[in-house]
Ligand binder design. Structure first.
Ligand code: S3P
Length: 435
């Protein structure tokens, strides 16, 4: 499929938009609801392909999850910490790394049961040993291609034992998998990260009743002590700041733009994009700040204005890891050279996002130097419409749409349907805000 984004010269962006539910919180609400006792209700769950993959895997193991549709409250009937049935067939995680990695942690300790997980072409290329390695230290038995690194993965459930685990990468997926495995291990488990990654699992597991403490320098140490069962909760999912990021950048770079993104999750472990936009001098206001079900939330208003180049280093990456593609678009319109370093993790996302953004924005005339762990993006480089490709990556698809919004001339985007992984209504919202 290809989408003609046409020429939008002279068309600005105005209005209010509600981005869909946070993807990270959506996965966790389904998974934690499944292993709790009783019913969990989820308001605002992201009705997109990734959470649907999680729900399908849970249903295949005997968990009742109601239909996932826009605007519907979703109900999960928990089966308890050890209640998953052995699935009759392979569990398909689709494009979703979060589904596969968090489920590895949940399934590794299901004694006497056998599970096989796979995913699409992209997911079957992504490294899983980063989760399998620490779980093996706890006694897990996981096999896969490439020495257990690549799916399909086979898991023979074992009784696990608690450990002290230092993760080499700051990854919430790795951390969360270990925390989930720790819930039924013998003895307590400590996870120590190099830098704190997003903490949705910690917040939500505690709300469900887990014995979990967070401490250490910069909240990098999490301790789980098993023994408590989880209790179903009413979860309210805020809008996804990683989806809001497309509108924030589009608003900041489009002359005349004035956009308000409503109900955005503002968890400090996710707001690196706001820090960088502030560093660039973007005009962003945070309005109506409040707390909703344990997560900070607010509305974000953005208007167009001049931008300066940014510097993003390793310490900031975990707080904006998914926003680098769209920030690279903003950098083309800033004054000076923007630099990203310590971002080698981007190479193992849904695509190699450093290479893909350099290639696709390059086709539109961007001047980007690519390095092993980052890139340098030359500003004051107005983009030109071109033929571009999402390369099947949802965040690339939407970043290129933002680029096309102010490029001169028309752009044709191949494989735009990738956006449905995290933001099914993105194209409708774009059309409405351009009107
Ligand atoms: C996620 C964590 C991040 C992020 C992904 C979702 C999560 O990955 O890129 O989109 O929900 O835990 P890493 O934790 O591997 O960096």
């Amino acid at each position: 499929m290809a989408l003609a984004l046409g020429t939008t010269a002279g068309r600005s962006l105005k209005g209010r938009v509600q981005v869909p539910g946070d993807k990270s919180i959506s996965h966790r609400s389904l998974l934690f609801g499944a292993i709790a006792e009783g019913t969990t209700t989820i308001e605002g769950l992201l009705p997109a392909e990734d959470p649907l993959s999680t729900a399908a895997c849970l249903r295949a193991m005997g968990v009742k999850v109601s239909a996932i549709e826009t605007g519907q409250v979703v109900q999960v009937e928990g089966v308890g910490l050890d209640g998953f049935q052995e699935p009759e067939s392979v569990l398909d995680c689709g494009n979703s790394g979060t589904t596969m990695r968090l489920m590895l942690g949940l399934l590794a300790g299901r004694t006497g049961r056998h599970f096989v997980m796979t995913g699409d072409d992209s997911l079957r290329r992504r490294p899983m040993k980063r989760v399998g390695g620490p779980l093996a230290e706890m006694g897990a038995c996981i096999a896969g291609r490439s020495g257990g690194n690549l799916a399909p993965l086979a898991i023979a459930g074992q009784q696990l034992s608690g450990q002290v685990i230092r993760t080499p990468v700051a990854s919430a997926q790795v951390k969360s998998a270990i925390l989930l495995a720790a819930l039924t291990a013998q003895g307590s488990t400590t996870v120590i990260e190099p830098v704190q990654s997003r903490d949705h699992s910690e917040r939500m597991l505690r709300a469900f009743g887990a014995d979990l403490t967070v401490g250490g320098p910069g909240n990098t140490e999490v301790v789980v002590t098993p023994g408590r069962s989880l209790t179903g909760q009413n979860v309210i999912v805020p809008g996804d700041i990683s989806s809001a990021a497309f509108w924030l950048v589009a608003g900041a770079i489009t002359p005349g733009a004035d956009l308000t993104v409503e109900n955005v999750g503002l968890n400090p472990s996710r707001t690196g994009i706001l820090d960088v936009l502030e560093q660039m001098g973007a005009r962003i206001e945070v309005l109506n700040q409040r707390d909703v079900a344990g997560e900070p939330v607010g509305d974000l208003r953005v208007t167009h204005g001049p931008l300066n180049a940014f510097e993003i280093g390793a310490d900031l990456i975990p707080r904006l890891v998914d926003e680098i593609p769209v920030l690279s678009v903003a950098a083309c319109y800033a004054t000076g050279i923007s630099r990203v370093s310590g971002a080698e993790e981007l190479r193992v996302k849904e695509t190699d996002r450093l290479a893909v953004m350099a290639r696709q924005l390059g086709a539109m005339g961007a001047r980007i130097e690519e390095f092993a762990d980052g890139m340098a993006i030359h500003g004051e480089t107005p983009l030109k419409g071109a033929e571009v490709d999402s390369e099947t990556d949802h965040r690339v698809a939407m970043s290129l749409a933002v680029a096309a919004q102010i490029a001169t001339g028309s752009t044709t985007l191949h494989r735009p349907e990738a956006a449905a992984v995290s933001y099914p209504n993105f194209w409708d919202d774009l059309e409405r805000l351009q009107a």
